[in-house]
Design a protein around this ligand. Structure first.
Ligand SMILES: [Zn+2]
Ligand SMILES: [Zn+2]
Ligand SMILES: [Zn+2]
Length: 336
């Protein structure tokens, strides 16, 4: 049998880890046979939201390394966990198609899984994310998210933490609470606001239709949200994804990432937020992270964010009408 290796290799130039795994074979299931539908060998029956182990995880608690470190070529076991959270028994659709109560269960499950994995002494960071659409390499249409539990704090989060901490220390306030206030003052990029959460296209967006959702209250992680706030976050997810799917008249591919406080650092300055990165820049054109983005880590934005926010507002109006026609009563207000 082919040996399976899961290891971290250190990039000494960038000072960051690469997760390396071998033997992650192609998905074995046949076409037309969904591994996430109720009644499959792994799922069984009688659930609304279900967490499964990723069958071919990039990280695993019994990780084996293929070689030893040599000088600045550091190698460590790819210790960690990769979970799949099936969001609904329904085979098709997006978050906007899932009933609000099921979405709340989904969020509670993400909170529970985060807390549970954070308890592991070697886990530093737990990151739930959702990839949607073939453009992002997702072949399974059954609505699902993933959760990675990492033995290190990933670079993007580490950078955010550094800047949040600096702002907290220098100004005595939270950077994201401050950004929320700026977005409200300027108003031109705000999209949707309910009691618990605010959705907007950030001043500093990197993707054309990037949207962030910030908790209105200064909380660090999903587990700290009240029942009302969970309903408000579920509502924001429903409305924002409905907005995306009304933008061009087709189901819009995106990445969705949950940024929460790390497991072991007492980061009081950290403010829970979600980030959506859709990959389209026009109806029939994708925005590629290409030479300048990858080679320089510098993003170019080919419009004014305020213009893109206007387009999203028009889509939001259509989405709210469609949701209302479908019998859903949004908990917040679109900004126009
Ligand atoms: Zn299915
Ligand atoms: Zn805050
Ligand atoms: Zn973030």
């Amino acid at each position: 049998m082919e040996e399976i290796y899961n290891e971290l290799r250190w990039n000494p130039l960038l000072g960051s880890w690469i997760i390396v795994s071998s033997g992650r074979k192609r998905r074995p299931w046949r076409r037309g046979e969904c591994p996430f539908c109720p009644g499959s060998p792994e799922t069984g029956y009688g659930w609304e939201v279900l967490t499964l182990d990723n069958r071919y995880p990039a990280l695993r608690p019994d990780a084996k390394i293929s070689r030893e470190s040599n000088d600045v070529y550091k190698v460590e076991p790819g210790y960690g966990y990769c979970k799949v959270v099936v969001e609904t028994p329904m085979h098709e659709g997006d978050l906007c198609d899932i009933p609000l109560e099921t979405l709340v269960k989904y969020l509670r499950e993400l909170a529970r899984v985060t807390e549970e994995l954070c308890k592991d002494a070697s886990i530093q960071y737990v990151i739930p994310f959702r990839n949607k659409g073939e453009e992002i390499g997702v072949s399974l249409t059954h609505p699902h998210s993933q959760v990675y539990a990492l033995p290190f704090i990933p670079p993007r989060v580490a950078v955010e933490m550094r800047n949040m901490e600096k702002y907290w220390r220098d100004k005595g306030e939270c950077l994201l609470c401050h950004i929320l206030r700026l977005e409200r003052e300027e108003g031109s990029r705000l999209l949707y606001v309910n009691k618990g959460f605010t959705a907007f296209l950030p001043f500093f967006a990197m993707w054309p239709y990037e949207v962030h959702i910030y908790a209105n209250r200064h909380v660090g992680k999903l587990a700290e949200l009240s029942s009302e706030e969970l309903l408000d976050l579920a509502d924001s997810l429903k409305v924002v994804t409905a907005m995306y799917n009304n933008l061009f008249g087709f189901s819009l591919p995106y990445m969705l990432i949950f940024h929460q406080r790390p497991c072991k650092v007492e980061a009081e300055y950290f403010h829970l937020h979600l980030e959506f990165y859709p990959v389209h820049r026009e109806k029939d054109k994708l925005k590629y992270a290409a030479g300048i983005e990858w080679g320089a880590w510098t993003f170019t934005y080919d419009a004014l964010p305020e213009e893109k926010a206007c387009e999203l507002r028009a889509a939001l109006k259509r989405a709210i009408n469609a949701l209302k026609n479908g019998g859903y009563d949004p908990r917040g207000k679109p900004i126009s």
